[in-house]
Design a protein around this ligand. Structure first.
Ligand SMILES: C[S@@+](CC[C@H](N)C(=O)[O-])C[C@H]1O[C@@H](n2cnc3c(N)ncnc32)[C@H](O)[C@@H]1O
Length: 217
């Protein structure tokens, strides 16, 4: 997350203290849980989660997940997150790491990699996805649940128009990314993709991509 300072408002203060609470409140809404559970169903074995945020996926991992390594470039709401980790029955290792850089894991370490609502915020998604591909086992899976660009050209045009504002309000979040193309462009093969609109959500942010991709093409 880049802290932007403007003449009007100190974005560093917003990004550091206000935004994490907004994020935790909005993405932690109980009705969101069923989407998280469904998205995480295919996860199993040793699992890497990128863009861990405030740990909102933790209650929804299936029993088949044996070990979790979670990374984020920020360290948000530390005490709340530590409590969520303590409540999680799966062993969790949390690390502060930028997903765009070289990750400190050997090639083919993980059975599953997970990204939920994070590919919108990463600056260099190609670099991050290439690293995910490297650390996944060849038979592993990349599980994703993301919002992104609409298939409807009129909506997509509005997303392009409002994206600069979204990047400020959402501290680097883009609403107009074609998530499936980013994933395939990084050498994954998408084996399952659900496209749907999130109910009770402004259309520009409601275009969901949920699926599974394989690192082998
Ligand atoms: C919108 S939040 C989603 C949090 C969480 N995945 C969820 O589903 O609630 C996006 C997260 O991605 C993290 N992030 C953004 N860029 C990152 C990067 N380059 N490396 C690691 N994490 C990043 C942010 O710090 C933030 O926690």
């Amino acid at each position: 997350m880049r802290f932007v300072k403007t003449g009007l408002f100190n974005m560093g203060f917003y990004a550091r203290y206000i935004f994490p609470r907004i994020l935790d409140w909005s993405l932690g809404a109980p009705e969101f849980g069923k989407y998280r559970r469904r998205a995480l169903e295919p996860a199993c074995g040793e699992t890497l989660e990128i863009g861990f945020g405030t740990g909102l996926n933790l209650p929804y991992y299936p029993e088949a997940v044996t070990k979790l390594t979670v990374i984020d470039s920020e360290d948000m709401l530390r005490e709340r997150v530590q409590q969520r980790i303590a409540d999680c029955p799966i062993p969790v290792t949390k690390m502060r790491l930028d997903a765009q850089g070289r990750l400190p894991f050997n090639d083919h370490t993980f059975d599953t990699a997970v990204s939920t609502l994070t590919l919108c915020s990463i600056g260099d998604t190609s670099a991050a996805l290439a690293e995910i591909r490297r650390v996944l086992k060849p038979e592993g899976r990349f599980v994703f649940f993301e919002h992104g660009r609409s298939d409807d050209p009129r909506v997509a045009r509005r997303q392009d128009r409002f994206n600069p504002i979204q990047k400020i309000i959402g501290v680097g979040c883009n609403m107009n990314r074609r998530i499936d193309e980013l994933i395939e462009g990084a050498g994954f093969k998408i084996t399952n993709l659900d496209r749907f609109l999130l109910p009770k959500t402004p259309r520009l942010l409601a275009e969901m991509y949920r699926g599974v991709a394989s690192p082998q093409t």
